[in-house]
Design a protein around this ligand. Structure first.
Ligand SMILES: [Zn+2]
Length: 102
């Protein structure tokens, strides 16, 4: 069951990353185009799609930067905690009893 969950998370991450990369490819491939007047109010359809994709990528990049900052902070806290625990000796009651017996 744990393996299926990990596989599902990896699939979701792969779909997210591939969607983001395909969006970047779409924007870069259609950034230079001939403006047509086929949209509403004689506007360019490609320019409307490009502006929507760019806005979506801006919002996703903001969320990704926030997630990366949180992940880095949590990793740092975990590293510091593990490093501190290796040098800290916890005196439990059993350990103190054994110490008294010796
Ligand atoms: Zn255009």
């Amino acid at each position: 069951m744990q393996f299926v969950k990990k596989l599902a998370v990896l699939a979701i991450c792969a779909f997210f990353i591939s969607g983001t990369l395909l969006s970047v490819v779409f924007v870069s491939s259609y950034s230079i185009h001939e403006h047509d007047k086929n949209g509403p109010d004689n506007s360019c359809v490609y320019c409307a799609f490009l502006s929507e994709v760019e806005n979506l990528l801006k919002h996703l990049s903001t969320a990704l930067v926030g997630a990366a900052i949180v992940f880095g902070a949590l990793s740092t806290i975990r590293f510091v905690y593990i490093s501190a625990c290796s040098y800290t000796v916890f005196y439990t009651l059993v350990r103190l009893k054994v110490r008294l017996n010796n």
